[in-house]
Design a protein around this ligand. Structure first.
Ligand SMILES: *[C@@H]1O[C@H](CO)[C@@H](O)[C@H](O)[C@H]1NC(C)=O
Ligand SMILES: *[C@@H]1O[C@H](CO)[C@@H](O)[C@H](O)[C@H]1NC(C)=O
Ligand SMILES: *[C@@H]1O[C@H](CO)[C@@H](O)[C@H](O)[C@H]1NC(C)=O
Length: 339
């Protein structure tokens, strides 16, 4: 029964993300095929087809009371791009802190243009009064990790270059935060590790910290058995996204691997703050707790906002929880960042 509840929570995550209606009573938890579960079809060449009707997208919004958005190519060869969000405000529309964002979707599906993600980011720009740069990174299995990490790092260089009119007119690259949700939290963390040794190259861009919203990590995991079939779904995502031949004993998967990255020392000495938001109804919550405790033990300035109940994806899907998140982010970075 517990497994069923957790699987339903995962279903909720997917349905809330892509706005599809699955009749929960029709779900067959013990036997469900992960391909049909994620609405993807495997192809002989190793790629997958994402069934379009389950993955709607919305165009950028040029007239809004909340925030304006624009799509800008990032790397034409890789076909990556960014969606920028600028709050619609008459005042303070300059020198905004910049949030570089990575969306969720198990590394294999979804987009910054997914309606729920797009709407969340529009509100993020407005409520935090920031310029958001959301990265349309390459998906697995066509582009396995570290492709997504490479693409978000590209976006940091793109911001640094300051050629875009919104970035130069309204953004302040010296107050930059890397933020991500679900696998986006994993991406933000791994890109943060890399960026922590590139501070000189990235100037005038300065990262002040990371916001990891229900980050998707794996672990040495004494609880693997406990998750049962749900764990099979999670393993499926890793199987499609980790480099070919890599096993789960891997630093992308597990931040604690080998005692943790040596770059954590840079994050520490740079004074970055790491904000982690989660809730105990999330099926991967215990991993977030584990990672939080680990960062703390390493002496990293990590702050948590862990609540009760809810489910994976709630901060994107529920605007009340999103407000809580904005308040948390504000508290963590004030007065270190003046908003
Ligand atoms: C910006 O928001 C205001 C209301 O706050 C609205 O009147 C105005 O039309 C919006 N601007 C655009 C270009 O949509
Ligand atoms: C743009 O955002 C406004 C909310 O401010 C919404 O009412 C409108 O439908 C959006 N337009 C598009 C094309 O999404
Ligand atoms: C959203 O979250 C709030 C609490 O933060 C809760 O009261 C409300 O029921 C939630 N809405 C949905 C649709 O889950």
């Amino acid at each position: 029964m517990k497994k069923l509840t957790k699987l339903l929570a995962l279903l909720f995550l997917i349905t809330s993300f892509v706005s599809i209606q699955i009749s929960l009573s029709n779900a067959q938890p013990p036997l469900i095929d992960p391909y049909s579960f994620f609405h993807i079809i495997p192809n002989p060449d190793g790629s997958i087809t994402r069934i379009k009707e389950f993955y709607p997208t919305v165009p950028p919004n040029t007239s809004s009371t909340i925030a304006f958005s624009r799509d800008v190519p990032l790397d034409p060869v890789k076909k990556t791009w960014v969606r920028l969000y600028l709050p619609n405000k008459s005042e303070h529309d300059f020198n905004l802190p910049i949030i570089v964002f990575a969306h969720g979707g198990g590394f294999i599906i979804l987009s910054t243009a997914t309606p729920s993600v797009d709407s969340f980011l529009s509100n993020t720009a407005n409520k935090l009064n920031v310029l958001v740069v959301s990265v349309e990174y390459r998906l697995a299995p066509e582009h396995r990790l570290p492709a997504a990490y490479d693409d978000v790092l590209d976006a940091l260089y793109w911001v640094k270059e300051n050629k875009d009119e919104w970035v130069s007119n309204y953004g302040d690259a010296s107050r930059c935060i890397l933020m991500g949700e679900s696998v986006g939290g994993n991406i933000a963390y791994n890109v943060g590790l890399r960026a922590s040794v590139l501070t000189r190259e990235l100037q005038p861009l300065v990262i002040r910290g990371l916001v990891l919203i229900q980050p998707f990590f794996g672990g040495s995991n004494p609880n693997r058995v406990k998750y049962g079939n749900l764990q099979k779904m999670i393993d499926f995502l890793w199987h499609l996204s980790l480099p070919l031949g890599a096993n789960l004993n891997n630093p992308y998967f597990n931040p604690m691997f080998g005692g943790g990255s040596r770059n954590l020392d840079n994050i520490k000495s740079l004074g970055w703050r790491i904000a982690i938001a989660g809730c105990d109804g999330d099926f991967i919550f215990d991993r977030q707790v584990e990672v939080f405790e680990f960062f703390k033990k390493q002496g990293v300035n990590v702050i948590r906002n862990f609540g009760k109940g809810f489910y994976h994806g709630v901060f994107i899907g529920n605007s009340t929880k999103a407000q809580e998140l904005y308040q948390f982010v504000r508290n963590v970075f004030s007065p270190y960042i003046t908003w």
